[in-house]
Write a protein that binds this ligand. Structure first.
Ligand SMILES: [Zn+2]
Length: 259
C-alpha cells in the first residue's frame, strides 16, 4: 500500500510538472512578453514551492490517512447511500460534491479576514500566467489541506476518488491560470460547464466586486447557483490587488497588465 501511494504521489507530481512546463512553454511561444521577463516572473513564483512542498507532502499523507479511516469505519455521506448504487454513480457524485466544497473553501479564503491574509498572496501577482498557480503562502497550504481533510471526513471520499479528483483539479488549476485565453465565443460556451482561463482571470481582477467572483475550481455551476458568476471583457481586466498593484503593473516595462 505504501508503494502504491508513493507511486501515485510521483505520478501526480509528474502530471503536474508536465502540464505546468507544457503550458508555460506554450505561453512563451504565443504571448508577446519577452522570455527574460517571463522567466524572472516564473522564478519569483516558483520560490513559493520551496515552502509549500514539504507542507503539502505531510498534509497529503494526513489526507490519505483520513480517507483510509473513513473507508475502514464506513464514515461519511457516501456510506448513507444504498449498497445497490453503482460505483460510477458514487464516483461522479463524490467528484461533483468535492468540487462544490472546494468552491466553499475558496469563498472562505476571501470572506474570513485571517484566511484572506494568506490567500491575498496568490492574488497579489499582477501578471497572471501558469506560474501563478504555485504562488501560495505556506499558511494557505496548511489551511487548504485542512479543509480537504474536513471534506474527506464529511463525504467519506475513498482514496481512489481523492487521487483522481485531486490530479484532475490540479491540472484544471494550471489551465485556469494560463495567460492564453480562449476566443470569447468559445470561452462563453465552455463557461457554462467548466472553468476556463477567461473565467478565472476575472477572479484575478484588481478591483471588487470582481475579486469576489468566479470562485469555481472545475465546474462553473456553483458560481451561477450562488450568484457569484461574472463576465468581463479581457481588455478590461487588470491583474493584482488594489490601486497600488494596478499602478505598478501598468508602469512595469515589458509586462502588460492584461496579457
Ligand atoms: Zn481567490
Amino acid at each position: 500500500m505504501t508503494e502504491f501511494f508513493s507511486n501515485t504521489a510521483s505520478l501526480q507530481l509528474g502530471i503536474f510538472v508536465f502540464v505546468c512546463v507544457g503550458l508555460w512553454a506554450a505561453e512563451a511561444l504565443v504571448m508577446p512578453t519577452p522570455i527574460g521577463v517571463k522567466a524572472r516572473h516564473a522564478r519569483g513564483n516558483a520560490l513559493f514551492i520551496l515552502s509549500a512542498l514539504p507542507i503539502q507532502l505531510v498534509m497529503v499523507g494526513l489526507c490519505m490517512a483520513a480517507s483510509r479511516w473513513t473507508g475502514e469505519h464506513r464514515w461519511g455521506l457516501v456510506y448513507l447511500l444504498p449498497d445497490a448504487v453503482p460505483s460510477l454513480v458514487r464516483f461522479v457524485g463524490l467528484f461533483v460534491l468535492l468540487d462544490m466544497l472546494d468552491y466553499v473553501y475558496h469563498v472562505c479564503m476571501h470572506k474570513v479576514p485571517v484566511f484572506w491574509k494568506f490567500h491575498s498572496t496568490h492574488h497579489r501577482d499582477s501578471n497572471i500566467d501558469v506560474s501563478t498557480t504555485v504562488r501560495e503562502h505556506p499558511g494557505e497550504t496548511v489551511i487548504r489541506n485542512a479543509f480537504l481533510i474536513l471534506w474527506v471526513l464529511i463525504v467519506g471520499a475513498p482514496v481512489e476518488v481523492l487521487i483522481l479528483r485531486q490530479t484532475f483539479e490540479s491540472a484544471m488549476n494550471l489551465w485556469a491560470h494560463t495567460a492564453i485565453r480562449l476566443p470569447s465565443p468559445t470561452a462563453r460556451v465552455m463557461a457554462w460547464f467548466i472553468v476556463t482561463p477567461n473565467f478565472h482571470h476575472v477572479h484575478h481582477h484588481a478591483r471588487q466586486p470582481y475579486t469576489d467572483r468566479n470562485y469555481g475550481d472545475v465546474f462553473t455551476i456553483w458560481d451561477r447557483l450562488f450568484g457569484t458568476f461574472a463576465f468581463m471583457p479581457k481588455s478590461d481586466i487588470i491583474f493584482g490587488l488594489e490601486l497600488a498593484s494596478v499602478t505598478a503593473a501598468r508602469s512595469r516595462p515589458g509586462l502588460s497588465p492584461a496579457l
